[in-house]
Write a protein that binds this ligand. Structure first.
Ligand code: SF4
Length: 316
């Protein structure tokens, strides 16, 4: 199979668009993710905003791709998921940039952020890195909306999965991400990830940085506490209290939302309700991002709210 074959009748994600993303064909076009088969990248560089076993002290080697197969209305990376920020890059150029990052920054891992619509390119990149002797852990930082079949094809090219579990409420998933099937699809996807890699090893071995496993993330949305509480319960029922879980309160309104709740930050009460539930359930490996008590102190730009127009999107 050639590098571009999976893009001919693209079914890489559960959207199953079936479009031909090949640019050299007359019928070539992008699917729901907004991307053709031309690799487009928004940023390559060290990132210090991940959980401690991923960030370590030298940063996680992030590669942010343009486009997204989920495209949530409130996306925190709206510039690249919706507005198309990023530039066309050959695989050779990306390989060069990744190697440069490894050499100069001595990052702990390679962290592909929202890569599923470019999986074919990413797998090839991992093969090339390995052929040249690079053995850093390979991270797939995913929306959770992946098909089991696609994840099976990723197994040999992945060390760590960082999936979101965004919604337990299908109507909310339908409204905000146009995928009412998200809760079931994401739980199946996370099950496959756990079967492949187990839970994040650093949580059990106590090693400084992780080498393998799964860490699930949940972003608390303002006004959607019930969705969060039920999401945590679903994760607990499916995977038990040993599942490494990251609870994030960083939600930042990016573009105006019809749902008025989404035009503000998460309140302390909302955060406390979700956090208390996680504690009651007894999750043993909980990473918690506590909200800043003073909304006035919330930075306009931060390591959680990047500006991809800047050379270093994460510099406040
Ligand atoms: S990767 Fe893009 S084109 Fe392919 S099925 Fe998903 S949304 Fe559609």
């Amino acid at each position: 199979m050639s590098l571009l074959d999976p893009y001919k009748n693209c079914r890489l994600c559960p959207r199953l668009c079936g479009v031909n993303r090949l640019c050299d064909s007359k019928t070539g076009r992008s699917g729901f993710c907004g991307e053709t088969c031309q690799l487009r990248v928004a940023y390559v560089g060290p990132h210090f905003g991940e959980e401690p076993p991923i960030t370590g002290n030298r940063g996680s080697g992030a590669v942010f791709f343009s486009g997204c197969s989920l495209r949530c209305s409130f996306c925190q990376n709206h510039q690249i998921s919706h507005q198309g920020l990023g530039r066309i890059m050959s695989l050779e150029k990306l390989l060069e940039k990744v190697k440069q990052m490894i050499r100069r920054e001595r990052v702990h891992n390679i962290n592909f952020v929202t890569p599923d619509h470019f999986f074919s390119h990413v797998f090839k990149l991992v093969m090339l890195l390995r052929e040249e002797g690079h053995d850093l852990p390979i991270i797939y930082n995913l929306s959770g909306y992946q098909s089991v079949e696609t994840l099976k094809s990723a197994a040999d090219f992945a060390s760590i999965y960082l999936p979101d579990f965004k919604y337990s409420d299908s109507s909310l998933a339908g409204r905000l991400s146009k995928c009412p099937d998200y809760p079931g699809v994401a739980l199946e996807a996370i099950t496959e990830m756990v079967l492949q890699k187990g839970f994040l090893d650093a949580c059990h071995t106590g090693t400084f940085t992780a080498k393998r496993g799964v860490l699930v993330r949940h972003l608390i949305l303002p006004g959607k506490v019930e969705n969060s509480i039920n999401a945590l319960t679903s994760l607990f029922v499916e995977f038990g209290k040993g599942l490494p879980l990251s609870l994030m309160s960083q939600y930042h309104p990016v573009v105006y939302q019809k749902d008025k709740d989404l035009n503000r930050f998460v309140s302390e009460d909302e955060f406390d309700s979700v956090y208390s539930h996680a504690i009651e359930l007894g999750f043993e490996h909980l990473f918690v991002q506590f909200p800043n008590k003073d909304p006035g102190l919330r930075p306009h730009r931060s390591s959680f709210f990047p500006d991809f127009r800047q050379p270093d999107p994460f510099r406040p």
